[in-house]
Write a protein that binds this ligand. Structure first.
Ligand SMILES: Nc1ncnc2c1ncn2[C@@H]1O[C@H](COP(=O)(O)OP(=O)(O)O)[C@@H](O)[C@H]1O
Ligand SMILES: [Mg+2]
Length: 311
């Protein structure tokens, strides 16, 4: 069967003994998309990816991935998709090259094509000069790139990546995303979970997962627009007092703390900024910075989850 690169799920559900990990989600991902699943720990991202990759059976619902039924044709499916598990493991005492060769064996990649692909992946993952090194001594970022190279040995049309850059430094994360961009250009469908909002911004579409459900879905720009009201960013000499004063100000919808900065959502920034400035000045709080800002996905997410909890 021809792999289509298409992902479809209907009412996909997974219950563990006491936990409803995934609660009947519907999904449709077009070939060539980069779909990002974002959400806090325990939201159900890993369970969703496992079911879509054909490594875990759903309790209910169905999914078709690249034309295969993920339950009835799981074995065939697994040969068609690339899957990098959240805690994937490499063989630490095998070299970089040997790890890739190991996956080539598993997926039956033989003949002249084998060496060609290994070379190409080493180049692609910028690991050529490290091919003889033991995988166990690689940096965190290089391990992730090697994991990705292994997941690509059989040239899948769909790639499932479960928090592939978790715990990796920002420069390596950017490099990893450069590689994903190349795959995207090649037409590979990428389904990726992440806890990093800056990564979600790089996806063509994002699903916000929370307590087993996809509570919102859309392009990063669409999701940013779901933030209610205008955003004012404030830095002052006294964060705690500022928070208290701001919360009491009329027209304030929500206050979020980012390090030493407050993000204040208001009904009308032009009007409220002056009022907040006056209130802070009157209370003797020194204003270091106050300005109107554009909401990021992170704010959108927190805002949506907060309102979800309130019902
Ligand atoms: N094998 C399992 N057995 C029992 N509960 C599980 C299992 N895997 C996941 N869970 C539970 O299901 C929920 C979703 O987990 P998971 O899919 O790993 O979320 P995420 O990847 O978003 O952190 C969590 O409450 C988790 O504890
Ligand atoms: Mg997970």
């Amino acid at each position: 069967m021809e792999a289509t690169g298409h992902i479809q799920a209907e009412k996909l559900t997974k219950n563990f003994r006491k936990v409803q990990a995934v609660r009947g989600i519907d999904l449709e991902v077009a070939p060539g998309e980069i779909y990002g699943l974002i959400g806090p720990d325990g939201a159900g991202k890993t369970t969703t990816i496992r079911m879509l990759a054909g490594v875990m059976k759903p309790t209910a619902g169905i999914a078709r991935v690249s034309g295969f039924d993920t339950t009835r044709q799981a074995e065939k499916l697994r040969l068609q998709v690339g899957y990098m598990a959240q805690r994937f493991s490499l063989y630490g005492d095998l070299s970089v090259r040997e790890n890739i060769e190991f996956y080539a064996d598993i997926f039956g990649v033989r003949g002249p094509e084998r060496e060609e692909r290994i070379q190409r992946l080493l180049r692609f993952a910028r690991l050529e000069e490290f091919q003889g090194r033991d995988a166990g001594v690689l940096s965190g970022g290089m391990k992730k790139k090697l994991g990705l190279a292994c997941a690509l040995i059989h040239r899948p049309k769909i790639l499932f990546l479960d928090e592939p850059t978790n715990g990796v430094d920002p420069i390596s994360r950017r490099e990893f995303w450069d590689i994903l961009s190349d795959l995207h250009i090649d037409g590979v469908t990428i389904f990726i979970s992440t806890a990093y909002m800056d990564e979600a911004e790089r996806c063509s579409r994002v699903g916000l997962m929370y307590q087993g459900e996809i509570i919102r879905q859309g392009s990063p720009a669409e999701l940013r627009q779901l933030v209610r009201g205008d955003l004012i960013a404030i830095v002052t000499s006294d964060l705690t007092r500022t928070e208290l004063l701001v919360a009491k100000t009329e027209g304030v919808v929500e206050v979020q703390v980012y390090g030493d900065r407050l993000h204040v959502f208001v009904d009308d920034a032009t009007k409220r900024q002056a009022e907040i400035e006056n209130a802070l000045t009157a209370a003797g709080v020194g204003i270091k910075q106050i300005r109107r800002a554009a909401p990021h996905l992170q704010e959108a997410f927190i805002s949506l989850v907060t309102h979800q909890d309130k019902g």
